[in-house]
Design a protein around this ligand. Sequence first.
Ligand SMILES: NC(=O)C1=CN([C@@H]2O[C@H](COP(=O)(O)OP(=O)(O)OC[C@H]3O[C@@H](n4cnc5c(N)ncnc54)[C@H](OP(=O)(O)O)[C@@H]3O)[C@@H](O)[C@H]2O)C=CC1
Ligand SMILES: CC(C)(CO)C(=O)C(=O)O
Length: 338
Amino acid sequence: MSEPLLIWGAGAIGGILGAYLARAGHAVHMVDIVEDHVNAMRSNGLHIEGPVETFTQVLPASTPSELKGQFSRVILAVKAHHTEAALDMLMPHLAPGGYVVSAQNGLNEIVISERIGAQNTVGCFVNYGADWLEPGRILYGNRAAVAVGELAGPVIDRTRDVHRLLCIVEPEAVLTDNIWGYLWGKLGYGALLFATALTPLSMSEAMAHPSHRPVYRELGHEVMCLANAQGIRPLGFNGFDPDAFLAADREGMDASLAAMIEHNRHTAKTHSGIWRDLAVRKRRTEVDAQVGLLVELGHQLGLKVSTLSRLVELIHDIEEGRRTQSVELVDLMVPTCS
Ligand SMILES: NC(=O)C1=CN([C@@H]2O[C@H](COP(=O)(O)OP(=O)(O)OC[C@H]3O[C@@H](n4cnc5c(N)ncnc54)[C@H](OP(=O)(O)O)[C@@H]3O)[C@@H](O)[C@H]2O)C=CC1
Ligand SMILES: CC(C)(CO)C(=O)C(=O)O
């Protein structure tokens, strides 16, 4: 039996990856801090449900403190603000020369590469929709874009290996030499998702709200300007059109929003992970690790980030109990739009 692939963070994203890979006969080992979830995965199995597929897969699993040994391949799938803490626990288990693939939203590849070296960090972008429902149960809401690539660009043997694995989960997964383009595309898309999470509405209902159109356009534009200022060429996926947002092309942005609304109308995961953190899990979101980081960068580069900045404040207000989710919160962002 070959050395297992370690999946660190076995929630919505990591759980789907592990269940599909193990079902296809690959050796995987799941690591998660939620003891009941770890016990469920290794006893009755991890149950994947929803419109994509329903099946149950028993998986070897441990909490970080139970884990023994070193591994040369790790997929990290914790929330962005847990990346540092997860790396503290993970590093003693990373074999010399081993690599970590970030299956996360945000720019975690930077944090990971600062800890283990860029040469040991593989970039990955995921947009499929999943929710951790309870220990041992994950909703697979919809298939969507997935990509993998090297931080330095050119694909090497290990990138092809990871891509082959990802294709078991998402047959249309892309092997790219521009992973930063996907990660920045997702930061643009993600900023829009944060705005939808200010409301109780589903992602598609919130994005379709007519008086909030300027906010969605401006958020996408601010993020794409930041990418552009750094020489990054963001890539589109599942309706998101980076070029339209960069150019502030009103017709193009509206067509992109219509395509994103259509994409999100066909998922059993009606609300984003951000919404779920606020409304269901009652916990902090990834806002600082994703949007906060963009605001900081905007200030360093002297670019307009006032709409992103207001978004961070409003998400903090909900996280800290000063406001509750409501459609009117998006109205408060309209004055920041140019
Ligand atoms: N869900 C989705 O549809 C999508 C998510 N993403 C991104 O993927 C990443 C993962 O998100 P998602 O799977 O939804 O998150 P989940 O919360 O569902 O899963 C993360 C799991 O990791 C656990 N965890 C936290 N800290 C550690 C640690 N130090 N060591 C081991 N396990 C730990 C969490 O426990 P606990 O809950 O107690 O913190 C949780 O069980 C995020 O960056 C997210 O934005 C990207 C695209 C789609
Ligand atoms: C909604 C989704 C799956 C992107 O489509 C996402 O990334 C999230 O929940 O944060």
